[in-house]
Design a protein around this ligand. Structure first.
Ligand code: SF4
Length: 472
């Protein structure tokens, strides 16, 4: 039984729902104590355990500042629906499929945007290219049927999508996280977000005023600050997101930067590594292998020190056992309905118009990724695109996956030599870091449990996700 399910059982099912409504702070405290008691048995990744405890800790501290609706939804939807009730449905699906279905997915209902940032091509999209509301609505209903109550909205600028508020209101039993440029969050929108309670917007920043305005236009940083102030005032849960490039890698992982956004009231800080995907990518913007190693160390240290939940999409494979793509923990539905194994793998075999979520999760393309996970047992090298680029190439070729936008194929063609070289250089540094610093920072017993577990998962995945015979 998972940690959250055991809390549910211990606190007697339906009584938990009333607690969530009237005394959510008490429930968070109880959940925290129970998680602490059981976490060693449930999560084999030492840093993953610390991260979950940190999430509870930061949430408990934030609770008094949040609106009552946000507190209620954080407990009722995120803890109870997503973690407990959803887990029961996912367990039932596991019986059928033979493996766990994902906990979340990302959807980009529109690729349009109200800004014209340097290097972004959102301006080329039209309203006609948006995901139709009926289709998005169907996907949400289907997701809940299989126990998914946590959805991330990306884009494009999600607030430009005409049905965004319909989505948040109608599916108020889903907890949403959203990546947004923040420009459409005025006082009224912040109030609405705090009243709905089921949305955590993460606002993109490039650094401070100079760096953010340079990429997004003069005055943008001030608008972001105003949006964050409005969200904090209304008691909403929000965060920042930053893409680390060769130019801002040190800045976005500095004490000064993290302290600044913590003081603005952010709950979470999400980091991404610039990688050469999208239209006309600039290879030289990708942080060097050494920069990436340093950022990981800095952010891992800062995570212990600040009252802010820090997560780095490329450097935190140690939290979750490596790559989460292909339906292991998530997948991405783009604005055309193509289902990609990961937000950054722009290839697909299936479209949500033609198939159900379960069919796609169990598709040969997704199984190709899962069969190979973890690609290596060094969790500092998790990625199928930049750390193990052969994995993406093999999965695409084996399944004849198509690129989901013009130019997407470059990552496995024109940029292959660049990525192979990067993977080799980064791999050497990451192996050294893993052996000399990462593993020795844990006890011998913790190391043994971790490595035995990873080797076991690798073998199990090869067995469970073995290619199926094609019927004649
Ligand atoms: S493919 Fe890379 S970016 Fe995508 S989930 Fe896996 S590790 Fe993350």
């Amino acid at each position: 039984m998972g940690i959250m399910a055991s809390i549910h059982k211990k606190l007697l099912g339906t009584a938990v729902k009333s607690l969530a409504r009237y005394t959510p702070g008490l429930l968070i405290d109880k959940a925290y104590d129970r998680v602490k008691e059981r976490i060693d048995k449930e999560i084999p990744y030492p840093e993953g355990r610390d991260w979950v405890l940190k999430m509870f800790d930061v949430m408990r501290k934030k609770f008094p500042q949040l609106s009552r609706y946000v507190r209620e939804k954080a407990v009722d939807v995120f803890l109870i629906k997503a973690e407990i009730e959803g887990a029961k449905k996912r367990a039932a699906l596991k019986e059928k499929l033979g493996y766990w279905a994902p906990f979340l997915f990302v959807v980009s209902p529109t690729m349009r945007c109200n800004l014209r940032c340097y290097g972004c091509y959102a301006g080329e999209y039209t309203k006609e290219s948006d995901l139709p509301w009926e289709l998005l609505d169907r996907v949400m209903r289907e997701a809940k049927d299989i126990g998914i109550h946590f959805v991330v909205i990306s884009g494009g600028e999600p607030f430009i999508y005409p049905h965004i508020w319909d989505l948040l209101e109608k599916h108020n039993d889903i907890f949403f996280q959203m990546y947004t440029n923040g420009t459409m969050i005025d006082k009224a929108a912040a109030k609405r977000i705090a009243e709905l309670g089921n949305l955590l917007p993460c606002i993109s920043v490039e650094g401070f005023e100079e760096e953010t305005d340079k990429r997004r236009g003069k005055g943008h940083f001030k608008r972001v600050m105003a949006a964050m102030d409005a969200l904090a005032e209304e008691g909403a849960l929000f965060g920042y997101s930053a893409t680390a490039t060769r130019e801002n890698n040190e800045l976005v992982s500095s004490d000064e930067f993290v302290d600044f956004y913590q003081n603005k009231g952010c709950f979470i800080g999400w980091y991404f590594n610039y990688i050469p995907i999208g239209k006309s990518p600039v290879l030289d913007l990708m942080p060097t292998p050494k920069q990436r190693i340093e950022r990981r160390k800095r952010l891992a240290q800062l995570r212990k020190e600040v009252d802010l939940l820090i997560a780095d999409f490329w450097c935190d494979g140690t939290l979750c056992g490596g790559c989460i793509a292909g339906g292991r923990h998530y997948f991405h539905i783009n604005n055309r309905g193509d289902v990609e194994p990961c937000v950054f793998c722009h290839f697909a075999c299936d479209n949500i118009r033609d198939k159900s979520l379960v069919e796609i999760i169990d598709s040969p393309f997704f199984r190709s990724f899962r069969r190979r996970q973890p690609y290596v047992t060094n969790l500092l090298r998790p990625c199928a695109i930049i750390d193990n680029p052969h994995v993406l190439r093999e999965a695409v070729r084996e399944n004849n996956a198509h690129p989901t936008h013009p130019g997407a194929e470059q990552v496995i063609t024109d940029f292959a030599p660049f990525l192979d070289k990067y993977a080799e250089e980064y791999g050497k540094l990451a192996d050294e870091e893993w052996e000399k610093n990462y593993l020795p920072s844990y006890s011998e017993q913790e190391r043994r449990i971790l490595l035995d577990y990873l080797n076991w998962v690798k073998k199990e995945n090869e067995r469970i996700f073995a290619p199926r015979e094609v019927k004649a």
